[in-house]
Design a protein around this ligand. Sequence first.
Ligand SMILES: [Zn+2]
Length: 274
Amino acid sequence: MRVYVSVDIEGIAGVVNGEEGQRGNPEYERARRLMTGEANAVVAGIFDADPRAQVTVADVHGPYRNLIPEDLDERATLNRGKPKVYGMVDGIDRGYDLAMFVGVHGRAGSAPAVLSHTFTGALLDVQVNGKPFGELGLNAAMAGAHGVPVVLVAGDQIVADEARDLLGPEVITVQVKESRAHLAAESLHPNVARAKLREAAARAIRERPSVEPLRVRQPVEVQVSFNRPVFADLSEMIDHVERVDGRTVRFTRPDMPAAYRILRLMTVLCSTPL
Ligand SMILES: [Zn+2]
């Protein structure tokens, strides 16, 4: 069994504030250890169920250099660093059987989802074929485009709901905290969260829940709203992108990987100092 485990930081037990995701402060140093602990719990669960598994752990927060390599379970390999064309799902086309998403957060604007956003704070809303998609949906659709089902999603109660809505009732969700507000949550103790994650990952491998790969209708129509009109101005420089209104653009691409590349490029443009 080949398993792709992507790990973000905002949905990790105990994490509630943006400072915990930003280098250069002590809270971040703690949060990245918590993140590494949850990654290890999932890896351990996978190997409990299949000692011959091959596991890739992808670090997908900020600079993609958060997980502490020497503290990661040595049975897994670590996909680390950016930029990469397919961002948070780099390498998902390399023959994986399953994906598990850990530390996931609600899509931009969802409440009371702790630290909700979609790629960057500049994207207010992303719709795929008329339905709002956050990072979970976009990354699951990329996995789905390569035939890979996302069988486990861990984070707060809001992203667990998103997972069931997008992936169906069979998806295994692990709620490690209950979001109370954008910057507040009531969280399990990290040890309790890890025990749940280990058990759930093992169950996902043993029982193979009947989650289908998320395949979106093609061609893929995407509409994006930005917090500032200048980001819509910049996005209009990309081929296929047209303006809808002051802060909104849209584009249509033949498949999800092509659409995802444009979204990643928009995310880069939104980091332009203006
Ligand atoms: Zn993140």
